[in-house]
Design a protein around this ligand. Structure first.
Ligand code: FAD
Length: 573
């Protein structure tokens, strides 16, 4: 068998793996990143790339009134006894400095999203904005020949066959038909995209998680990190009880890697693994439908390798995964691709109903809160599904799901059956297979109060987070308007996820722990292979990529310290 040697072997090239790789390399370690897929970036490259890091230097510079104590109170209010206090403390204490280190030492830059509230901002310690940051756009051409190895974004979230639209660009797209400035901004982006397509298979102005993965990877390559694609870690190697390397399956056959400082598992959890989903997701165990928006390669390899190495699994989570409702967008080859519904539910003139035509939640609440309500609303049904319904005014302004607002075209989505349209609410119900009388009654009741901007039943628009996702400028309630102008439209939603929360037990140094709390020497775990330290809750935007970066970085620093001063750290427990 071929043998290679390094200091640190990292399984997985998402946020956790890349943050660890660049940190370790810049601390003098020889690093190999083994990636199972043909492309690097993992779920991170699909994501919006937001990180939740309270008290960042950007927040301080912007004068945000916040503090680590308030953030800790918020986490306690959100997670209760499930909060891993030691990791939470480490995250809040070290997160801002680690983010600053990453910015000072890599190509990755973050912009504060100042008005982005926590998802439950009225809870103790909750913030109305200033804890979530997004990656600055990144020029993919800087990756040179490696650009083709970067996982493209989810196709359903791009436009014109491969152009990324960043969260920061969305307001300009929404108002491009009403504002010259917005039209010019969009025009510049489209012109750049057209030029790109002369020489590249997709746009090279990267935003969101694609920008994050590209920027970190470029820095890792420059620091000498070796990336092996199509090379899943198959099994760990031991020197007595200490993990000292692994065997990879590569296109040239198995390769044994000796890793002096150990192995970091950063394989992104198990969102794409049917067996593990059935083990941990209640509705899947009950035989019901589920569709993950994460990549197909995230099948729990790290989770299984860790379990086999004796690492404890933290099963008791509030929710086993980070949920999101998704719609299934038909593709030309007859398959479907998921579109995650993060934002559109919050707009005015949009409601969600079950097959009885009943609303079941404030649609503007977070995607993670929406799915359990959807599952409950469908109790006793043979599948979990609901429909987002809107009127012509709403769809003209914001589109619906993957169906874009003008000048984008609805026709392809109507033809494919993704988007349903009818002249009346009753006819729309029939198209959707929804109880018509139930839907008509729901819309009539909703409209009566919506003309005053009120939603007495579910309180849509009732807090800063909900209003953040609403229709900008609409008063008195940006989330509420009557559905009154035909034709009416619908898109079908099913339950999905963007990654898993159940995972392996680690300490605040990212070291793997067994059921007794003892360190499994030589084994680090970060990203979604590690259990959510927030106990399976979803406090705000960026609560998985933030910890992936921070605990990936911490793992690498610990490994570097072990190599540089072995006598001080090798027997730490
Ligand atoms: C559409 C979407 C939007 C999202 N937006 C956000 C957001 O804005 N903020 C946020 O915090 N979270 C967001 N998420 C969730 C977030 O993307 C993930 O939680 C996060 O990226 C996980 O990072 P990771 O490093 O653990 O795993 P990943 O990024 O998934 O990387 C894991 C890598 O490991 C590889 N791998 C798997 N098995 C092996 C093996 N045996 N050997 C080697 N490699 C292996 C995989 O191929 C993959 O490349 C979003 C997710 C989606 C789908």
């Amino acid at each position: 068998m071929t043998r290679l040697a390094c200091d640190l072997l990292i399984a997985g090239s998402g946020a956790a793996g890349l943050a660890a790789a660049v940190t370790a390399a810049l601390h003098g370690l020889d690093v190999i990143v083994a990636e199972k897929a043909a492309v690097f970036g993992g779920t991170t490259a699909y994501s919006a790339g937001i990180v939740w890091v309270p008290d960042s230097q950007q927040a301080r510079a912007a004068g945000v009134q916040d503090g680590r104590d308030a953030a800790l109170r918020y986490l306690i209010a959100e997670c209760g006894n499930r909060l891993d206090r030691a990791k939470a403390q480490a995250y809040l204490d070290d997160g801002p400095e680690i983010l600053a280190w990453i910015e000072a030492n890599t190509h990755l830059r973050f912009n504060l999203a100042p008005g982005w509230p926590d998802y439950h901002p009225t809870k103790d310690g909750g913030s109305a904005g200033g804890r979530s940051l997004g990656p600055a756009p990144f020029d993919g051409r800087r990756l040179g020949a490696r650009f083709k190895d970067l996982r493209p974004p989810l196709a359903t979230t791009t436009i014109l066959g491969g152009m990324m639209v960043g969260r920061e660009d969305l307001p300009q797209f929404y108002s491009m038909t009403r504002s010259t400035r917005s039209a010019l901004h969009v025009g510049r982006l489209v012109a750049r995209y057209a030029r790109d397509r002369l020489s590249h298979p997709r746009g090279t102005r990267l935003s969101n998680g694609n920008a994050l993965a590209a920027a970190l990877a470029l820095s890792a390559f420059e620091a000498g990190v070796r990336l092996l694609l199509n090379s899943p870690v198959r099994e760990l190697a031991y020197d007595s009880a200490r993990v000292c390397g692994a065997v990879l399956d590569t296109p040239d056959g198995p390769v044994a890697i000796d890793a002096r400082a150990g192995v970091l598992l950063a394989c992104g959890g198990f969102p794409a693994d049917p067996a593990l989903r059935a083990r941990f997701y209640g509705h899947v165990a009950a035989g019901l439908n589920h569709c993950s928006a994460a990549p197909a390669e995230n099948t729990g390899d790290g989770f299984r390798l860790g379990e086999a190495a004796g690492v404890a699994v933290v099963e008791a989570q509030d929710q086993p995964a980070a949920w999101t409702p998704v719609s299934l967008v038909p593709q030309p080859d007859g398959t479907t691709l998921p579109f995650p519904h993060f934002i559109d539910r919050g707009k005015a003139g949009v409601i969600a109903v079950d097959r009885r035509g009943r609303r079941f939640i404030s649609e503007a609440l977070s995607y993670h809160d929406f799915v359990p309500a959807m599952i409950e609303a469908c109790a006793g049904d043979d599948e979990i599904a609901c429909h987002l319904i809107c009127d012509a005014t709403a769809i003209r302004r914001y589109g619906l799901g993957a169906a874009p607002p003008p000048p984008g075209r609805l026709t392809p989505h109507l033809r494919s059956g993704y988007l349903l349209r009818a002249d009346s609410i009753g006819e729309l119900a029939a198209c959707c297979g929804i109880d018509a009388a139930g839907l008509e009654a729901t819309v009539a009741r909703f409209n009566a109060a919506a003309t005053r901007g009120e939603d007495p039943v579910f309180g849509k628009g009732g807090d800063a987070y909900q209003r953040f996702n609403g229709s900008t400028g609409l008063t008195p309630n940006p989330c509420v308007a009557p559905l009154q102008t035909g034709p009416f439209y619908a898109v079908r939603l099913v339950p999905g996820d963007i990654g898993t929360f159940v995972g392996l037990k680690t300490d605040a140094q990212s070291r793997a722990l067994d059921a007794q709390g003892a360190v499994v020497e030589g084994l680090y775990i970060a990203g979604n292979d590690a259990a959510s330290f927030m106990g399976g809750t979803y406090p705000g935007a960026g609560i998985t990529i933030g910890p992936a970066l921070v605990f990936g970085h911490i793992a690498a620093r610990h490994a570097a310290a072990a190599v540089n001063q072995p006598q001080e750290t090798s027997h730490a427990r």
